[in-house]
Design a protein around this ligand. Sequence first.
Ligand code: MG
Length: 382
Amino acid sequence: MTLIARVETFLVAPRWLFVRIETDSGVVGWGEATCEGRSETVRTAVQQLSELLVGRDPLRIEDHWQVMTKGSFYRGGPILASAVSGLDQALWDIAGKTWGVPVHQLLGGPVRDRIRMYGWVGGDEPAEVADHIAAQVEAGLTAVKMNASGRMAPVATVAEIDGVVARVAAAREVLGHHGDVAVDFHGRFTLANARRVAPLLEPFRPFFLEEPVLPESSHLMAQFTASTSTPVATGERLYSRQEFLPVLQAGIAVAQPDLSHAGGITETRKIAALAEVYDVQIAPHCPLGPLALAACLQVGFATPNYLIQEQSIGIHYNLGAEVLDYLVDPAPLTFVDGYVERFTGPGLGIEIDETAVRAADARGHAWRGPVWRHADGSFAEW
Ligand SMILES: [Mg+2]
């Protein structure tokens, strides 16, 4: 029987943490445990969890998930869930490579042939937004997402409100009647701001409005969903089925588990099954690296209630390295008319350039999210 021989981690630019599990038969699995701004802490958690894996059968994925997640009296939260996620992805990669099939074949087989992708657009001014969207459309994408605003006062000013509307209006003008624009409130809005702005955006028919309330304020979500006809999305900072349940019950339309934060492939499949009961689609959060993206897509190829996939090629965070830089062959992540074709390679379906990853880890990174302040000097949500 093949056993897990060792677990390694790699802190690589721009802000990612890769996990490598090696077996004594030579099969190697890769995963991504990136927790943006907290990856050094997660690295320590991965190393501690590896005590539970070395010397064990890598194919007992569900059992490993149970023990890693519950095998300590204190549990939960983004650090542990991200560590488990990266290890879980690597175990699925090993399983696929062991049987010589893509992971989606192990999840019940394909339910679709290709997956629609969306990209990020930045820019503070409406004209900048329009230019960035035009570039994404030129690259073949038919859907984009952008932040609604920068810093927002707890009760927004007229200028702040009009700024949000102008940006979304500019996006709709570039996209015409066919493209989609999702608008991310990013936890920057109070419930009052979100309820005031959402009706003003309805004429531009956003694809969805994302994270209208903070993840710790899920008890407010039902008030927001009741206030707008626009589909509501959330979930990048929810880490289990249990944390998704209240927002599903509150009437969201799109659940956004992050494959590197929500317990990996194993838990995301279960979140999707729970979402299906509430007539909710999943659209996994992924402004991360190639391994997280491949894990998202493997779930997407096998999951019926799966809407679209986020990806971060060209995102403003990607300083020093890009999504395709650590791949031997970028071909699986080529977009054609805004879609990715179903992967055919074994495991996660991409091949990591180990030499490039080891060299990048030697350089490391110390990415941190910004700390924002309001005009009066008090803390502001980023
Ligand atoms: Mg978001």
